[in-house]
Design a protein around this ligand. Structure first.
Ligand code: NAP
Length: 253
């Protein structure tokens, strides 16, 4: 075993939604720390595969629509047959729908809850069952949000889902810590990705958001690298159930 407590050499990480944005940034950070990657999503993650392979690590692509949790067992089996094991799960895939709560539709509610919360739970369950059967523990990292702490506006299903992610992170940590599984979450602040394109394009909201961030800039996906490597490594073996903000100080204001 490496002396470096942050090393992920010999580990395999499964990251959802890694073709772009925060998922890509975290997948590359995990590869830099030594992990091989299974990339799960509906769009082909060619750019991410290139970046991981350039680091001398493996990238195995699993195509799946995470709007349904029907295929979680097959996803875990596919990752294991390609890479040998799943030691780390990063539940990153997520969507957002913006509309006044008074007009919000059942479709806008269900589509967000399915990807952000339902599939996150059942994929975590499938991975944890495998980790428990193999008696080797592991790391599960959920991607939460500032709206795990705050209410937000015009995003009711997103706020419900991300508040749910913080709660699930705690209950799963409570139940699975005894199996050597660490379950934690990262709450990104405002990062420049497709998810926030509408906010970045709105001059007033953009100015308001930047005005509240002590670091004075939008986050870059690479800013999540330290947090995800920490929570994936043995350096965090005694950390359980937290939702760690990586937000340039947003919540401190
Ligand atoms: P993004 O660029 O829109 O990426 C979202 C990822 O999720 C994409 O890979 C997307 O795949 C995937 N995805 C969405 N629906 C899917 C489905 N049904 N099946 C499979 N994959 C699906 O957004 P991002 O900002 O990187 O967001 C990543 C995570 O961070 C999300 O959970 C988001 O809520 C969270 N987050 C983001 C911010 C921020 O400021 N950007 C802040 C807090 C939390 P496709 O490309 O195929 O759609």
């Amino acid at each position: 075993m490496s002396q470096n407590p942050f090393s992920l050499e010999g580990k395999c990480a499964l990251v959802t939604g890694a073709n772009t944005g925060l998922g890509q940034g975290m997948a590359v950070a995990l590869a830099e720390a030594g992990a091989d990657l299974a990339l799960v999503g509906r769009s082909q993650p060619d750019d991410t595969v290139r970046k991981i392979e350039a680091l001398g690590r493996k990238a195995h692509v699993i195509t799946a629509d995470l709007g349904s949790a029907d295929h979680v067992t097959e996803i875990v089996a596919d990752a294991k047959s390609a890479l040998g094991s799943v030691d780390i799960l990063v539940n990153n895939a997520g969507i957002i729908k913006r509309n006044d709560s008074i007009d919000f539709t059942p479709e806008e509610w269900d589509s967000v809850m399915n990807v952000n919360l339902r599939t996150l739970f059942f994929l975590s369950q499938a991975v944890a069952r495998d980790m428990i059967a193999g008696q080797r523990g592991g790391k599960i990292i959920n991607i939460a949000s500032m709206l795990s702490f705050q209410g937000g506006i015009r995003v009711p299903s997103y706020t419900a889902s991300k508040s749910g992610v913080a709660g699930l992170t705690k209950i799963l940590a409570n139940e699975w810590a005894k199996h050597g599984i660490n379950v934690n979450a990262i709450a990104p602040g405002y990062f420049a990705t497709n998810n926030t394109a509408a906010l970045q394009a709105d001059e007033t909201r953009n100015r308001e958001i930047l005005g509240r961030i002590p670091s004075g800039r939008w986050g870059d996906p690479s800013d999540l690298g330290g947090a995800v490597v920490f929570l994936s490594s043995r350096a965090s073996d005694y950390v359980q159930g937290i939702t760690l903000p990586v937000d340039g100080g947003w919540l401190a204001r």
